[in-house]
Design a protein around this ligand. Structure first.
Ligand SMILES: Cc1cc2nc3c(=O)[nH]c(=O)nc-3n(C[C@H](O)[C@H](O)[C@H](O)COP(=O)(O)OP(=O)(O)OC[C@H]3O[C@@H](n4cnc5c(N)ncnc54)[C@H](O)[C@@H]3O)c2cc1C
Length: 473
């Protein structure tokens, strides 16, 4: 770019990092002075509330980002309110000429970008969008016809064939206007127990290093077993952009190159999951109707029952099916749930309790620290068989069989349901078969200390298949 600006704004959004941040990097190269800002609580009608865990993580990331910017010679200006009003206020004090920002995919964020762009046009300010939300730019992964992909496998083939460009370094010196303090509101409160190395991008990069050094090799065999800490735990950091998806993908390539030939390498298995994230972002960007209705529009006619008593039992983790209840309690306790268990609990809510997937989608967003509008929607529509590469409609997860297969010794279930601690592994996923006398022996009274199953799965299965058949014709 030939332009050079006296003062530019870097508008941090879901890119709370210095490394591989195209908006920050380009602004620093192309401007004399940079104003790093973050706008919180803008009246921008987000479709979901932010969970308490996610709110806390955002605060930690902002604090860490400010500390790192401080080390580069500037500060993070955090403001609240309508972005166009805030930009007007800043421009009156520090006449900036450009806004660098990362493009988003959610409809409400796109509407905000349009609003700010129109303000910028009226005020002689250049809007400079950049990528960085996904590994590959969205417009790079299209069908030869120019249409977006709607099925993962061909998307992934095209995605894998693209060159992953080298991540950008972090800037070391960032010059800001001397009177930056004039636009700062309050100091950013230090989060409890925060140290820069354990918050924000340093925490994210450490988590990534630990994964690649200690867990990657076994990822293909461990990733489906919720009792094992076998996955990266990067989701919340990726969601806020504390780690760049391109850096994660780049690291995978490095590992792949050093791997021996033969079977698909662990790094390739992991990279495929990162591609799912890119895929769901592309789906949301090009098919925003997924946020309110089924991706497969013919499915919009499913007569969901939405029984409030059953929904409440599911939310609380009191369905009587141990793997479902353990998952739902993990969500409430930790703001995270293992992927395999997300699939099981989502299938259970939709196909065994006949509940609209949007009910589950909202509950997850209310509690997940990694709540991600695109991935969550994709996951729910997959489980409900209404989405892109959805489960075949007739495939219904049986929580008992899933538990026996993926949590054979009950490690996971017992971690979140300590009331089942003394039940032998062979019975842990079907406690309702334990005779009354043995229940005393195992320290559990069914119906009192642990619920009896809230529905009969065989019956529900038959009802579900009957209900769905007409929409398949
Ligand atoms: C019903 C349901 C809801 C979900 N909601 C979310 C959500 O709100 N936020 C979210 O980040 N993921 C969501 N997922 C996807 C997946 O469960 C999480 O990304 C994963 O459990 C996060 O743990 P991890 O980082 O240790 O995963 P890893 O196995 O280490 O995967 C690495 C990264 O790849 C991406 N990824 C992995 N699996 C998927 C997937 N199936 N779809 C899209 N991206 C994936 C994530 O960014 C993840 O961090 C959902 C899945 C289902 C079935």
């Amino acid at each position: 770019m030939d332009e050079h600006f006296r003062i530019s704004i870097v508008w941090f959004r879901r890119d709370l990092r210095l490394h591989d941040n195209p908006s920050l990097w380009n602004a620093v190269q192309e401007s004399n002075d940079v104003i790093p800002i973050y706008i919180r609580d803008n009246p921008n009608s987000p479709p979901f509330t932010i969970s308490p865990g996610k709110r806390q993580l955002i605060e930690k990331c902002l604090w860490a980002l400010d500390q790192q910017l401080d080390a580069c010679g500037t500060r993070l200006v955090i403001l609240s309110g309508e972005p166009t009003d805030l930009f007007t206020m800043i421009k009156n004090i520090l006449p900036f000429e450009a806004i660098y920002y990362q493009e988003q995919v959610e409809p409400n964020e796109i509407a905000l970008e349009t609003r700010v762009s129109s303000w910028a046009r009226d005020n002689g300010v250049r809007m400079i969008p950049s990528d960085g939300l996904t590994v590959h730019r969205m417009r790079e992964v299209f069908k030869p016809s120019g249409a977006p992909y709607t099925v993962f496998s061909p998307y992934y083939r095209a995605w894998s064939g693209l060159h992953i460009s080298q991540p950008l370094p972090s800037p070391h010196n960032i010059s800001s206007p001397v009177n930056l303090a004039k636009i700062m509101e309050n100091d950013i409160p230090t989060p409890i127990n925060a140290s820069v190395n354990e918050a924000g991008e340093m925490a994210a990069l450490n988590t990534m290093d630990v994964f690649f050094e200690k867990k990657l090799e076994k990822y293909p065999s461990h990733r489906d077993h919720p009792g094992i800490e076998g996955t990266s735990r990067l989701s919340a950091f990726l969601n806020l952009g504390a780690v760049s998806p391109r850096v994660v993908a780049w690291r995978c390539l490095k590992e792949q190159n050093s791997a021996m030939g033969g079977a698909i390498s662990p790094a390739a298995v992991f990279l495929r999951q990162i591609a799912w994230r890119d895929f769901y972002y592309s789906i949301l960007r090009h098919f925003p109707h997924v946020l309110s209705s089924d991706f497969k529009e013919r499915r919009n006619t499913i007569p969901w029952e939405n029984d409030q008593t059953l929904i409440e039992a599911w939310r609380r983790g009191e369905t009587g099916y141990p793997i479902v209840d353990a998952g739902m309690r993990q969500l409430l306790q930790e703001g995270w749930m293992h992927n395999r268990v997300r699939m099981i609990t989502a299938s259970f809510l939709t196909k065994s309790l006949f509940t609209d997937w949007r009910v589950g989608e909202k509950h997850f967003m209310n509690h997940l620290t990694d709540g991600d509008i695109a991935c969550n929607n994709g996951g729910w529509q997959w489980a409900a068989s209404t989405g892109t590469d959805a489960q075949p409609w007739f495939r219904i997860f049986n929580p008992t069989l899933q538990g026996e297969k993926f949590d054979a010794d009950g490690t996971y279930v017992k971690r979140y349901l300590p009331e089942l601690n003394n039940i032998p592994s062979s019975l842990i996923h079907k406690p309702w078969v334990i005779p009354h006398d043995d229940q005393m022996k195992y320290g559990v009274i069914l119906g009192r200390t642990f619920p009896l199953p809230i529905v009969d799965l065989t019956l529900q299965r038959a009802r579900y298949l009957n209900m769905m058949r007409p929409s398949e014709k």
